[in-house]
Design a protein around this ligand. Structure first.
Ligand SMILES: CC(C)(COP(=O)(O)OP(=O)(O)OC[C@H]1O[C@@H](n2cnc3c(N)ncnc32)[C@H](O)[C@@H]1OP(=O)(O)O)[C@@H](O)C(=O)NCCC(=O)NCCS
Length: 148
């Protein structure tokens, strides 16, 4: 298994497909829903590959020179709890470390708060709701960590 930046068209398409399969298809959201979440700022796209197939994906955006937001993180169901998510986040940290000190934030789904907490992220404020997600029992917790 290796983690790399999604640079080729094929890698970008595989990343997009994986995010869709894991995060939004199960909620019956439109195939192009990711467009509505896009930020107009520099983006980092990482994929985890095993046996030539994408099994994990992370998308993060620079919000400012000292702040990054992890926008999407997904690991294929059959590869969970094998450190793929952790390795994707560690690769992000490695890539951006030069800009430290740096704040990294995310809006974690309620069922992934424990995952982010294990990686040192702390919750801030109350749970947030989004109409497309609330009906599926999903709420979001803003969390952050500092890269020093
Ligand atoms: C959340 C997700 C990315 C975690 O990926 P993963 O590859 O299974 O996680 P890892 O194996 O790297 O786990 C790292 C640590 O967190 C723990 N962990 C993983 N998922 C967890 C969860 N949902 N709740 C609590 N702890 C969790 C692991 O047990 C492991 O702990 P350890 O170091 O003590 O062994 C994955 O479950 C996923 O894609 N979920 C669906 C989509 C999602 O919720 N995305 C993120 C929110 S937008």
């Amino acid at each position: 298994m290796k983690i790399k930046s999604a640079t080729t068209q094929k890698e970008k398409e595989e990343l997009d497909r994986l995010l869709w399969d894991v995060l939004w298809k199960p909620l019956n959201l439109p195939r192009d829903i990711r467009k509505t979440f896009r930020l107009d700022s520099p983006e980092i796209e990482l994929i985890a590959i095993d046996s030539d197939a994408a099994i994990g994906a992370l998308v993060a955006n620079w919000l400012s020179e000292k702040k990054i937001e992890i926008r999407h993180l997904a690991v294929r169901q059959d590869y969970r709890k094998k450190s793929v998510g952790k390795l994707l986040i560690e690769e992000l940290f490695k890539l951006v470390r030069e800009a430290a000190p740096l704040q990294i934030q995310t809006f974690a789904r309620n069922d992934s708060v424990g995952f982010y907490a294990k990686l040192g992220f702390k919750p801030v404020g109350d749970y947030l709701e989004h109409e497309d997600f609330t009906k599926h029992g999903i709420r979001f917790q803003k969390m952050y960590t500092e890269l020093l």
